[in-house]
Unconditional design. Structure first.
Length: 401
């Protein structure tokens, strides 16, 4: 009952401040979409996908976090179709022995609402596509799709509350924050399908609520009036971001907020220029030792070069070390984009500590005996930062108030 009440509350707030429905454009060349597999085309206002065997998939390039989506789906011949919300196209785990993750087969992770009209009795279902696997909730009702007719699909994602429906009947409703943002993927067929499949989608529209929850800027995007600096590394404002690079000593460097926090959610985007070790500290303080070397106390949300990566794992400096040992077999270890912009998000509330990279959960733990419960945020350049890093879009929610 608690989860259901939370969903009703979230829905009430969302509709009170609801953005307008936005019809998704389907240009002939499918600009704004990315074909993952199979054949896709725009035809008479419809998104048409086909696969000779297996499945076909296409992603809306734009990322969404809190949103509502509606569309209609038609199967000219009985087959399976699906929509995956907050989706991520990452290596299929577990990896084969000695496999290169950069070239390994991929899997679509996220929250999947599926409709299958191949059986004598059509089925509708839901799955959390992750690794390690997460148990999916039991379907609330069995409102079933109809073969050779247009079926209405709907997904609602607000924070950790999600629900989906087919033909206006709830298929699932539950709480999960395994994925907090991602793309929307439309799927035709299934991985084990042996024959051809075709599915048509039309009337695709979304309400984009951006990031709900009362986020505010942690940095003004203009100057360093909100920060203090420690060490002799170089920090500057460039192209709307904070750029940190190695100074002459190639030592430790920190850009620390003047403001302190206890319970919070914090997020920021980053782009690494190359090899190096960086981080976003929380509950931190910084002081100089007798050799004028900056010593930080606090916990670091790791940002590290590599694939897979320990980015998003939590490390307590000069005390316990890793709060939870990095697990390179989890899907979160593969969430970092080595070529582009990334986002890290950290939650500290009571004794809960959790972190996500690009919307994929990396760690979620209970810290029964935290050494630090209040302090500033600090951007870190470790051992000179080597190649350097840029930070942008730093936002926070103060959960202590």
């Amino acid at each position: 009952m608690r989860n259901l009440a939370a969903i009703v509350l979230v829905s009430t707030i969302a509709f009170a401040e609801s953005p307008k429905w936005e019809e998704l454009v389907l240009p002939a060349d499918l600009t704004g979409w990315r074909v993952i597999s199979g054949e896709w085309r725009a035809e008479n206002g419809e998104l048409v996908g086909s696969a000779k065997s297996g499945q076909a998939a296409i992603a809306l390039v734009r990322k969404l976090a809190d949103f509502e989506l509606e569309c209609k789906m038609h199967t000219p011949q009985p087959c399976a179709g699906a929509i995956v919300a907050r989706a991520h196209d990452l290596p299929a785990l577990p990896l084969a022995q000695g496999a290169d993750p950069a070239t390994a087969p991929k899997r679509i992770y996220g929250y999947r609402l599926g409709a299958d009209t191949t059986d004598f009795v059509a089925t509708a279902g839901f799955a959390v596509e992750s690794y390690p696997e997460e148990n999916a909730p039991t379907a609330m009702t069995r409102i079933l799709p109809v073969a050779k007719e247009w079926n209405a699909l709907a997904i609602r994602a607000h924070g950790g509350e999600l629900n989906g429906a087919i033909n206006k009947g709830a298929v699932w409703r539950f709480a999960s924050d395994r994925f907090i943002n991602g793309v929307i993927v439309f799927i035709v067929g299934s991985p084990d399908a042996t024959g051809p499949s075709e599915v048509r989608f039309r009337n695709i529209r979304v309400k984009d609520f951006k990031r709900e929850g009362g986020w505010r800027e942690l940095w003004n995007g203009v100057d360093f009036s909100q920060f203090e600096f420690y060490g002799e590394e170089e920090w500057r404002v460039l192209d709307g971001g904070i750029v940190g690079t190695s100074g002459k000593k190639k030592s430790e460097g920190y850009a620390k907020t003047r403001e302190i926090f206890k319970d919070f959610r914090v997020r920021g985007t980053y782009r690494m220029f190359g090899d190096g070790n960086y981080g976003l500290f929380y509950h931190s303080t910084v002081a100089y030792d007798d050799k004028h070397f900056p010593i930080i106390s606090g916990v670091q949300g790791e940002v590290a070069w590599g694939y897979p990566s320990a980015s998003g794992c939590l490390y307590e400096s000069y005390k316990r070390g890793w709060l939870e040992e990095p697990n390179m077999a989890r899907v979160g270890a593969f969430a970092q984009d080595m070529k582009g912009l990334n986002e890290i998000e950290i939650l500290a509330q009571g004794n809960r500590r959790a972190a996500w990279v690009n919307g994929v959960k990396v760690t979620d733990m209970t810290d029964a005996t935290p050494n630090y419960t209040e302090g500033a945020f600090a951007l870190q350049l470790h051992a000179g930062g080597v190649s350097g890093i840029m930070w942008k879009d730093l936002y926070v929610i103060d959960l202590s108030k």
